[in-house]
Design a protein around this ligand. Structure first.
Ligand code: CA
Length: 302
């Protein structure tokens, strides 16, 4: 019997470690949602299937929540509180922030406020230089009568979404649009320039302030007729007047730090594997792109 146990022990010791460490970064990964940014609604993750995939490859992942609609700084403050909690819970020295859409801008805010506690910032389809969609919506919002009705509906919708998501943030459609407008983004960038390109449509610094910066984005609008959000992006994309965009963010506006790729054949929803994984046929799998990026962070010692 003893010999059998000893043989079994020897056999077990010969089996390699099956635990997948591909995404086992030094610092936790913090996912930051964007516009209408919920962590989970009706059991559906904002970053659809992404946190689970990263976890299964050894990453320590935290999905944060935010106001559905609010300013960059208000969102940044909401994120700051959550990052401090994550640092306290994990005992980690730093975090890696990965933000989609307006969430990337919130991540940049936190990186600027607590630089020694942020190892990297990655923005995905983020309107870092603003979006003409917000410019157009602000134009409508400023039309007397029509505008106030639209703003009221947008505020009510975002409050409702917060209710479903179980969060209660102050919501402001106007603050959201102002922050995402071209002028609003320029004002934010003047205050928080870290990682931003110094030339229009150029790349930003790969490394500054003790932090690494990355970005990617898409340039397709209508990718899958079964995805109801594609019809919305078809309308919002009109604001770009033929310019390349993912429906909400322009190709150049997505640039921040090292531009890993700015023309994935994805729209704004595909970038987070929504809606429910629906995207164009034969297009890259967004989940795999996150997985490989977190491996990139791991290899960079982050
Ligand atoms: Ca989609």
């Amino acid at each position: 019997m003893k010999r059998i146990i000893a043989s079994l022990m020897l056999l077990l010791s010969m089996i390699p470690n099956w635990a997948d460490t591909y995404d086992q970064t030094r610092y936790p990964i913090v996912l930051v949602p964007g516009v209408l940014g919920f962590q989970q609604v009706f059991g559906i993750d904002y970053f659809y299937g992404i946190a689970d995939d990263l976890s299964s490859h050894g990453a320590q992942v935290y999905a944060t929540s935010a106001s559905a609609l609010n300013s960059s700084i208000a969102r940044g403050e909401e994120l700051l509180t959550q990052v401090q909690t994550i640092l306290a819970i994990t005992g980690a020295q730093k975090v890696n922030l990965i933000g989609h859409s307006h969430g990337g801008v919130a991540a940049r805010y936190v990186a600027a406020v607590i630089p020694s506690q942020v190892a990297s910032v990655t923005t995905i389809g983020s309107p870092n230089a603003g979006t003409p969609v917000a410019d157009a919506l602000l134009g409508i919002a400023n039309i007397p009568g029509v505008g106030s009705l639209g703003v009221s509906i947008a505020n009510a919708f975002s409050t409702l979404l917060d209710g479903f998501a179980g969060t209660s943030y102050g919501e402001s459609a106007v603050a959201e649009m102002e922050s995402m407008s071209t002028a609003g983004a320029a004002a934010f960038n003047a205050q928080f320039p870290q990682g931003m390109p110094s030339t229009p449509c150029g790349q930003g610094p790969a490394y500054a302030n003790g932090q690494r910066y990355y970005s990617w984005g898409g340039t397709s609008v209508f990718t899958n007729f079964l995805d109801p959000t594609d019809y919305l992006f078809s309308v919002t994309s009109l604001a770009f007047q033929g310019g390349a965009s993912d429906g909400l963010t322009g190709q150049c506006s997505s640039h921040f730090g090292t531009v890993l790729r700015d023309n994935y054949p994805w729209n704004h929803g595909d970038e987070i594997n929504q809606f429910l994984g629906l995207r164009g046929w034969f297009t890259p799998d967004p989940v795999a792109v996150y997985r490989d990026h977190v491996n990139r962070l791991k290899n960079a010692g982050l």
